[in-house]
Design a binder for this molecule. Structure first.
Ligand SMILES: Nc1nc2c(ncn2[C@@H]2O[C@H](COP(=O)(O)OP(=O)(O)O)[C@@H](O)[C@H]2O)c(=O)[nH]1
Ligand SMILES: [Mg+2]
Length: 448
């Protein structure tokens, strides 16, 4: 479904993902590509333009969440706007009549008759008693088709071959429904190759007689934007209650699905995803957006981070970081080498699960080592401390002697020191992050 669109968007997202900063300049290329992808998917021009404008405005005004990359936030914004475009929330059928009636309308070949059968099957599974009514009097074959489908899905049908007035069929079917305890009547109406006045007149008369709870326009999604033009006409003529998009399993590019709501302001209620009678699904904008983007992971990541920040529960985020990237072991590894932080015991004691680790660690031995390290560093000149690269063999011998250790031990310490510097870089980043979140940086907590 919408493979080409998904492929194009994913390519854009690859570039966006690593984006470190959002500015009009550095997102405009990506947004242009998103717009091109939408247009190629046959999305209505105006709809695509509005979409990009909204995404742009939101992206530039976005509040930066520290723990995720700005580019990922833009992907989330695109997702949210896509959900809006598709209709925000799912729309259920309104079936509060006794019986309820559903008028299925649409052009020839859009999938009306098939969809009537699918919907009847679906409603039956929901515990309803549907009745299928053949209200296409112009094509005897259409009546037979509906009759066959009704048998396949095991629901009753009202088919009156040779009838020449849909209003009579409609009235009689109401009686039939009553006699057979059916509480939802699905009318399979006639189509045309193009919407025309006689068709509209007939549908209007049917509508006025039945006062249906739903007038569902069956639209072939493969016809792209053209489907939206058709929808506009049907909506003006009949005031439809929603649409069922068919053939989304085929080479539909997405244009119809993505433009329908924006153009008609009516919801898509179901989608047809195959020729078989079980191939129908209630339409969920959220799920459809996820499918189109193929980016569920990023979206939920941003959602989770945004939630945490929204709640201003920096503590939670902190814990998350510790649980996630920042394992206690990593941290401990650093702490072991960071003499300046204070007593190992006090530091570990402050960490979740730290007391457990304390039990397993030979703190005294560690602290002793810290002391020796301290001694070695003290035996260095300021210049040597600032720039260990100048430590040649002669200097090393002097320092080892001065601090009472072997040269090997000094060398080991220097190697460790090197590693420690790398670690410290990481740790500083952590501290800065904590400070930004309004938490006391660990170093000031830890200094006693
Ligand atoms: N692949 C696919 N084919 C469908 C779908 N819905 C309907 N069709 C096919 O579209 C053709 C026309 O369907 P039909 O119900 O007779 O259209 P109608 O003229 O509007 O009543 C048939 O061959 C159906 O099998 C769908 O969701 N997916
Ligand atoms: Mg038909």
């Amino acid at each position: 479904m919408f493979d080409t669109l998904t492929g194009k968007l994913q390519k854009v997202f690859k570039d966006l993902r690593g984006l470190g900063k959002i500015s009009e300049a550095n997102i405009s290329d990506s947004l242009r590509e998103v717009r091109m992808a939408l247009l190629e998917a046959d999305v209505n021009y105006q709809v695509a333009r509005d979409f990009i404008e909204k995404v742009k405005a939101k992206s530039l005004g976005v509040e930066v969440i520290q723990s995720i990359q700005p580019g990922q936030q833009i992907i989330k914004i695109i997702h949210d706007e896509l959900v809006n475009l598709l209709g925000s929330t799912g729309s259920a059928l309104v079936l509060n009549g006794n019986p309820s009636s559903i008028l299925m309308v649409g052009l020839h070949g859009s999938g009306k008759t098939t969809t009537c059968g699918k919907l009847a099957r679906w409603l039956k599974k929901q515990g309803r008693q549907p009745l299928l009514v053949a209200a296409d009097i112009y094509r005897p074959a259409a009546m037979e088709q509906l009759e066959t489908i009704a048998k396949q899905v095991e629901v009753p049908s009202y088919v009156k071959k040779g009838a020449d007035d849909v209003l009579i069929i409609a009235k009689e079917s109401l009686q039939f429904a009553n006699d057979n305890h059916c509480n939802i009547i699905l009318f399979d109406t006639a189509g045309r190759l193009q919407i025309d006045e006689p068709l509209v007149q007939e549908l209007v008369r049917l509508r006025d007689l039945l006062k249906p709870q739903e007038i569902l326009l069956v639209l072939d999604a493969a016809t792209g934007q053209e489907a939206v033009n058709v929808a506009k006409h049907f909506d003006i003529a009949l005031n439809i209650s929603g649409a069922i998009l068919t053939k989304l399993d085929g080479d539909a590019r997405g244009g119809a699905a993505l433009s329908f709501k924006a153009v008609t302001n009516k919801p898509i209620k179901f989608v047809g995803v195959g020729e078989k009678l079980e191939d129908i699904e209630p339409f969920h904008p959220e799920r459809m957006a996820m499918r189109i983007l193929g980016m569920g992971d990023v979206v939920s990541l941003v959602e989770r981070a945004a939630e945490a920040v929204e709640e201003e529960e920096a503590k939670k985020l902190e814990e998350k970081m510790r649980k996630g990237q920042f394992t206690l072991e990593d941290f401990l590894e650093q702490l072991r080498q960071m003499k300046k932080l204070g007593s190992l015991e006090s530091v570990l004691g402050m960490l979740p699960g730290g007391s457990e680790i304390l039990k397993q660690t030979d703190v005294t031995k560690q602290e002793k080592e810290f002391k020796r390290m301290e001694g070695m560093i003290c035996a260095m000149t300021t210049e040597e401390r600032r720039n260990p690269a100048i430590l040649n063999a002669k200097r090393r011998q002097r320092i080892a002697k001065g601090s009472g250790v072997s040269v090997t031990e000094l060398n080991t310490m220097l190697n460790r020191f090197n590693q420690m510097q790398q670690m410290m870089k990481k740790f500083n980043k952590f501290q800065r992050m904590m400070a930004k979140m309004g938490k006391t940086p660990p170093s000031s907590l830890m200094k006693k």
